[in-house]
Design a protein around this ligand. Structure first.
Ligand code: PEP
Length: 249
């Protein structure tokens, strides 16, 4: 049985005051739900505030990024130990916005994934093709290369602790969602790729779908055999929408 996870990626949204309001709403609508696992990923500045508010409840805390060094002269960066000490369990790595706007290569993502695992954070590793790749029939090539590069040198024990998010770039924040069949097809491809390297462990890895998931499309996506949850951007900022998505899982 794979763990079902609904993670909310708030991106660069919500001041502490706004985060407080959002989490108060979520605690009241979902505070007694322990299945699926709910992971809230606020910006760095709101992590401590959210950590305090969700203490003792079923929600898990996630960060949206981290640096690949444990400490040192890296102005503006955040180390994994800093996240762990305030109660963060998960970290989103290799999101397409980081790859696109902050030039994160698979090698950088890989260094981050390895350090996250070494330190005790659970990485949510994002992969996904651009529209042009899909139109040229290159989805599997692109996603396969991202997987190989980002997960390079991980052993099966480390792989077992890792979460993958398939996020077609053309579906992120665009209102265009992959159909459940399109998503399932790529999830199967991802699982098979992991199976080639790690055998049966691949069947235990949660593979989330992300890309304009909302309260209307969530349930048909989450019914697919290899879709083990969702990484939700825009709809995670609204209590009613996010609640419906979690309840449909
Ligand atoms: C995301 O940020 O990972 C995402 C999938 O965003 P959205 O749900 O807004 O498309």
């Amino acid at each position: 049985m794979r763990l079902k996870i609904i993670a909310g990626n708030w991106k660069m949204n919500k001041t502490n005051l706004e985060a407080n309001e959002l989490v108060r709403g979520l605690v009241s609508s979902l505070g007694d739900v322990d299945h699926p696992r709910v992971v809230l990923c606020p910006p760095f500045t709101a992590l401590s505030e959210v950590a305090k508010m969700i203490k003792g409840g079923p929600f898990f805390l996630g960060a949206q990024n981290m640096y690949f060094k444990e400490s040192g002269a890296y102005t503006g960066e955040i180390a994994p130990s800093m996240l762990l000490t305030i109660g963060v369990s998960y970290v989103i790595l290799g999101h397409s916005e980081r790859r696109e706007y902050f030039f994160e290569s698979d090698d950088i993502v890989n260094a981050k994934v390895k350090l996250a695992l070494k330190t005790g954070l659970i990485p949510i590793v994002c992969v996904g093709e651009k529209l042009g790749d899909r139109e040229k029939g290159k989805t599997e090539e692109v996603v396969g290369n991202q997987l190989d590069g980002s997960l390079q040198d991980l052993n099966s024990e480390e792989m077992k602790k890792t979460v993958i998010a398939y996020e077609p770039v053309w579906a992120i924040g665009t209102g265009k969602t992959a159909t459940p069949e399109q998503a399932q097809e790529v999830h199967v491809f991802i699982r098979n790729r992991l199976k080639e390297a790690h055998g049966a462990v691949a069947d235990t890895i949660s593979i989330l779908y992300g890309g304009s998931v909302n309260d209307e499309n969530a349930s048909s996506l989450l019914k697919q055999a290899d879709i083990d949850g969702a990484l939700v951007g825009g709809a995670s900022l609204k209590v009613d929408q996010f609640t419906k998505i979690v309840k449909s899982a």
